[in-house]
Design a protein. Structure first.
Lengths: 175, 298
């Protein structure tokens, strides 16, 4: 797990959970994937494009969820501040469907969907790019139907190009 | 004393009694008609005693055999359950390994090959990854099942069957974070039964339409796969696929049938399972999430 910067929308100098500013004109991205090579590819592609800044990466959904929420806990409370979370959510969260660190035999594994839905349930607004090596025509069709709500789906493949990644990242952004 | 010993002693006792009876009977016969009543009385008493003892021993033996057989049956059922669970778990673990590590390595290899300018070999590796490894992983355990039953069944029926689910089964994918939790074994069983039903319907060239219905009641899951193809004939035989349905149905104490109806052939299966589990998975895994929600509500 790596912590670097965290980012907010709008003002380029707004400081949020990670206490590091995002460069002006760039959109903040958090990547959650247990495939470190893929994370590096995503980071390189997005950061080579002037519109993005990868502010944090996590190797599991569990560490992302725990770390993300804990950043909004102040000294007087044990519960994260929802208003701050809503105000300071990243522009885009890239979530691998299956990046759970629970054993493979867990009855119901935590999926990227559940984490994204749980955060949206709290009122956080961010684009969600679901990445997976699983080919699912139904998932693709479901997410295409929710494109306006900020959902996009990227299938990992060796043939994936930089423009594919950028296209899907932009597609996932909330309009 | 074990069953074999007991049998041996019962038979020996019976033989000894029979020989004694013959000897005593011949002895009284030799004494003449005067002793005929005494002979009959002795004979009847001996037969009654021997019969009683024999019956008692046989009843005891039978009881012990029934107990032994019940224990054996219980052990068989327990072993079967362990084997099924192990099978599901192993399939899933191998599938996750193929989907994860193996695919990742192959994709990296393809990238490296492409960077070195070996485009043809890179394409071969990509093809191996996409067509063979991914397909094998899917056959072992469709990963969609770990997201939701709805998604897995939608993909299974995609382009080949119409799917209808009861409202309470539209779970997990996009219903916030609250949903009914069906345990893995149940999801696998439903998926495999539908898969078998569709595959059976598609074997008939006359099939044009397949309709899949899965509905969840409080204590059971009902599945039906209706096709409009040729009807079953008298020479219809159970295929291996139907034996698989039988295994999954047995696992949940359910029942299944396949029959002709006005439209074609319908396969029906019922799995018994109390569907009381439901809830918010995130809250269960992260108690802090419930606190956030509570605070937010206040």
């Amino acid at each position: 797990m790596r912590n670097s910067a965290h980012v907010g929308k709008g003002s380029p100098h707004r400081i949020i959970g990670y206490n590091i500013q995002v460069r002006a004109g760039r959109k903040s991205v958090v990547i959650v994937d247990d495939d470190s090579d893929f994370v590096e590819v995503m980071r390189l592609v997005l950061e080579n494009d002037d519109s993005w800044e990868v502010v944090d990466t996590f190797d599991s959904l569990e560490s992302f969820f725990a770390n993300f929420t804990s950043r909004f806990i102040d000294s007087e409370s044990v519960v994260p501040d929802v208003t701050k979370m809503q105000d300071r959510s990243p522009d885009l969260i890239v979530l691998d469907v299956f990046a759970s660190n629970k054993p493979a035999t867990t009855q119901v594994p935590l999926t990227g969907f559940q984490v994204a839905l749980a955060l949206r349930d709290l009122g956080l607004q961010f684009g969600t790019l679901i990445v997976t090596s699983m080919h699912s025509p139904s998932l693709l069709s479901m997410l295409q139907g929710r494109h306006k709500d900020g959902w996009a789906y990227l299938v990992k493949s060796a043939d994936l190009t930089s423009s594919d990644i950028l296209h899907h990242a932009n597609k996932a952004l909330l309009l | 004393m074990n069953i074999k010993d007991r049998r041996f002693w019962t038979i020996s006792f019976y033989i000894v009694c029979s020989i004694s009876l013959i000897v005593v009977s011949s002895h009284f016969q030799a004494l003449g008609e005067k002793y005929h009543t005494l002979e009959t009385l002795l004979l009847s008493s001996t037969v009654a005693v021997v019969g009683y003892l024999l019956c008692r021993t046989l009843v005891l033996q039978l009881k012990s055999e029934i107990n032994g057989s019940a224990q054996l049956n219980l052990k068989y059922l327990q072993s079967l359950k362990v084997i099924r669970e192990l099978d599901t778990k192993t399939r899933r673990e191998i599938s996750i390994w193929l989907h994860g590590d193996v695919q990742r390595q192959l994709m990296n290899l393809a990238r490296i090959l492409r960077d070195h300018g070996d485009i043809d070999l890179a394409s071969e590796v990509t093809k191996l990854n996409d067509e063979t490894v991914r397909a094998m992983a899917h056959r072992l355990h469709p990963q969609q099942l770990d997201i939701s039953l709805e998604l897995a069944l939608s993909d299974l029926c995609y382009g080949q069957a119409e799917l209808q689910l009861s409202d309470n089964l539209h779970l997990q994918t996009f219903i916030k974070s609250t949903f009914v939790v069906l345990r893995t074994e149940l999801r696998v069983a439903i998926y495999r039964i539908v898969e078998e039903g569709i595959s059976n319907a598609l074997k008939k060239p006359s099939t044009q339409k397949i309709f899949v219905l899965v509905s969840a009641e409080e204590n059971s899951i009902d599945i039906s796969v209706q096709d409009d193809g040729d009807k079953l004939t008298d020479s219809w035989k159970k295929s291996l696929g139907f034996s698989l349905i039988e295994i999954f149905v047995d696992q949940f104490g359910g029942s299944w049938s396949i029959s002709n109806n006005k439209d074609g052939v319908i396969l029906r299966a019922t799995l018994h399972e109390k569907l009381s589990q439901s809830g918010d998975l995130i809250s269960k895994q992260y108690p802090v999430f419930s606190q956030i929600k509570e605070k937010d509500t206040k």
